[in-house]
Structures are given as C-alpha cells and as structure tokens.
Write a protein that binds this ligand. Structure first.
Ligand SMILES: [Zn+2]
Length: 159
C-alpha cells in the first residue's frame, strides 16, 4: 500500500511508499511517553510521480523530547550527500507530533521556509510530513514549502 497526493493543478503526484509509511508507524507517538522523532525524506522523480522511497532517522545524536525534536543537521547533510550517490534525492523532512491529527506549529512553518531559502539544492519546494497518532491518511500532515508560501496536500477523495 502507498498513499498518493495530487500536487495542486500541476498534474504531479506525491507518493508515500509502503516502507516509508511503515517507518512512520514505527515512530509515531502512540504511547504517552514516546518522544518526538524525525528525519529526512528521499526518493526519485518518475514522470509525473514524486516518489518518497526512504524515510531516515531519528538518530542517536538528535535531541528528542515529548514536544520537541532537534535534528543533528551535520549528520543530516552527510546523509544527503551519501544517498545522492545512490540515486536518492533529498525532498524534505518528517517529524512526529503527540497529536492524533497533526497540525504544523508556527516553528514548523518558519523553519521550513528558512531551510528552503538557505537550500543549495535545486528543489522547487520543500516537503514536510508530520506524523500523528491516528490511522493514515488522517494521521498524516503533508505540505510543500517555498520561501514565502506553503500549501497542505490532501489525498484524493473518491467522488
Ligand atoms: Zn512540529
């Protein structure tokens, strides 16, 4: 199983593959004491499909609490370089929230805009996934971020 999100009117789709969803399920804060987790998202573009094929993290050097997650950015940059050599492109970040249906915090939005602005990759936008505790897709927040704008993606509903 995978989950697919149409990207605006572009005709493109963002696809979260099964092993990525499994990784999110493993780390979601379903128990009251579980700290936030997070990491990076990698994949490939095939035609109109932006496929997220790998979610990494969390790692031992990240700082994690019930309501915060601070990634080891140096290790993350090394990871981007290493995975790029094996054909996996960096698309953005994911992290968990102790909420059933997750909503981005002000800090989440501003840090994505900041990362986009400072990014040296030629990404057209940054992807952010927030993992809540509800079943998917309701328990997932998926959005794309540019320097001054962002939009949430929604799964296609059958008419
Ligand atoms: Zn957050």
């Amino acid at each position: 199983m995978s989950i697919s999100y149409p990207i605006g009117e572009s005709g493109q789709f963002l696809i979260l593959e099964q092993n990525v969803l499994d990784h999110f399920i493993k780390w979601r804060q379903s128990e009251p004491k579980m700290p936030e987790a997070g990491g990076q998202l990698f994949g490939a573009v095939e035609g109109q499909c932006i496929k997220v094929e790998l979610a990494t993290g969390p790692r031992r050097s990240d700082r994690r609490g019930r309501f915060f997650f601070i990634a080891d950015r140096l290790a993350e940059r090394r990871e981007i370089g290493k995975l790029h050599k094996s054909g996996l492109h960096y698309f953005g970040d994911w992290h968990t929230h102790p909420q059933s249906i997750p909503t981005p915090s002000g800090t989440d939005i501003s840090s994505m805009a900041d990362m986009f602005a400072r990014s040296k990759q030629d990404l057209t936008a940054f992807l952010m996934v927030i993992v809540g505790t509800a079943e998917f897709p309701e328990g997932l927040h998926v959005s794309i971020h540019e320097a001054n704008a962002w939009s949430a993606l929604n799964v296609e509903r059958e008419a």
